[in-house]
Ligand binder design. Structure first.
Ligand code: ZN
Length: 80
């Protein structure tokens, strides 16, 4: 039986776009939504405001980062 990886956030796409593409999108979206580590106070309180804009709930700093993560990149190997 095929292994179920996680609750996919891509059910809204229905049967379209293919399994692998949807898996990648869901991993990126999960990464985007979770709280990230602040580079200033090192607390995991950073939330995304908009594309590349992040705000820390602890020290109240707003700064630029990557579009979906503060610094870390999701590699293709992690998706496989
Ligand atoms: Zn902070």
């Amino acid at each position: 039986m095929a292994k179920k990886i996680q609750a996919l956030t891509t059910k809204r796409f229905g049967a379209r776009y293919g399994r692998k593409t949807k898996l990648k999108v869901s991993l990126i979206e999960a990464e985007r939504r979770k709280k990230q580590r602040c580079p200033f106070c090192l607390k995991e309180k950073v939330k995304r405001v908009a594309y590349g804009i992040w705000k820390c709930g602890a020290c109240n700093s707003k700064f630029a980062g990557k579009a979906y993560t503060v610094e870390k990149r999701i590699t293709a190997e992690e998706v496989e």
